[in-house]
Design a binder for this molecule. Structure first.
Ligand SMILES: Cc1cc2nc3c(=O)[nH]c(=O)nc-3n(C[C@H](O)[C@H](O)[C@H](O)COP(=O)(O)O)c2cc1C
Length: 244
């Protein structure tokens, strides 16, 4: 099976790994360039939710996989607010690539911008459910049951969010270039890692999470505004939804 994952800060990857369990997986990292390829095995696609949609760059890279009638599993991971059209978008994208979506799920991970929301998720309970989902998928594959699933959401999709800021860079930046090398959209120049191209930045927070000196962060007013907006959803524990 191929595991195609876009996970700038690791929450989506943790869910993907819990679903995979001991199933052998060939990894396709959607945070980097993906070569166009015909796929001869089932695909597990796991993407995060950004503003109720999928990150555009991840969708563009996913489109390089050609399904040729293979089975696919569509999974979105969100930060305890809502996933809105993202799961339907992923199902439609995979179908458009020539896959049959035989299972789908929405899981919850720590909110990568507002870390006080869904802190520590996916936790033990989430991972047990993810493993159970993985076993159900494996059973369906073994049975050669190619029946497709129905998921909530759909077209017309909500508009993609416009990101209001880019991370700011503190004076203590050592210009090591780690953020530039790991930025999934190439928004940080290697020769000037204390800058960010606002046209390219999708505010995925990878640079903030990987900086060894904690030099990158969101401007405080933006972070407090978002924290306040998400306060209501922080209180309630959303549960994973499985469609098999
Ligand atoms: C730009 C951006 C937009 C987001 N939008 C949503 C959203 O609409 N709903 C939600 O519940 N979580 C949202 N989140 C939280 C992420 O979906 C969640 O934290 C996810 O686990 C991030 O994946 P990662 O840890 O693999 O980077 C957003 C995060 C970012 C960075």
């Amino acid at each position: 099976m191929i595991q195609a994952v876009f996970s700038p800060t690791g929450g989506t990857q943790a869910v993907a790994d819990a679903i995979a369990g001991s199933m052998p997986m060939q990894k396709v990292d959607l945070c980097g360039e993906v070569e166009a390829q015909a796929v001869g095995v089932p695909v597990l696609a796991v993407l995060p939710v950004y503003g109720g949609r999928l990150p555009e760059i991840a969708v563009e890279r996913l489109r390089h996989l050609k399904g040729q009638g293979q089975a696919a599993v569509a999974v979105v991971v969100y930060g305890n607010r809502a996933y809105e059209d993202a799961l339907a978008e992923l199902k439609n994208e995979l179908t458009g690539c020539g896959f049959r979506v035989i299972a789908a799920a929405a899981f919850i991970a720590e909110h990568s911008i507002v870390r006080s929301v869904a802190t520590g998720r996916p936790d033990t309970e989430d991972k047990l459910l993810a493993a159970e989902f993985g076993r159900a998928v494996a059973a369906k594959l073994v049975a050669q049951d190619m029946s497709e699933v129905t998921v909530p959401g759909g077209e017309p999709y909500r508009d993609r969010p416009v990101m209001p800021v880019v991370p700011l860079v503190l004076e203590n930046c050592g210009a090591c270039g780690k953020c530039a090398r790991l930025c999934p959209v190439g928004a940080i120049p290697l020769n000037a890692p204390n800058t960010t191209d606002a046209e390219k930045c999708i505010l995925c927070m990878r640079c903030v999470s990987v900086c060894p000196r904690r030099s990158r962060l969101l401007p405080t007013p933006v972070l407090s505004g978002l924290t306040q907006r998400l306060q209501a959803v922080a209180a309630e524990r959303k549960l994973p939804q499985l469609f098999v």
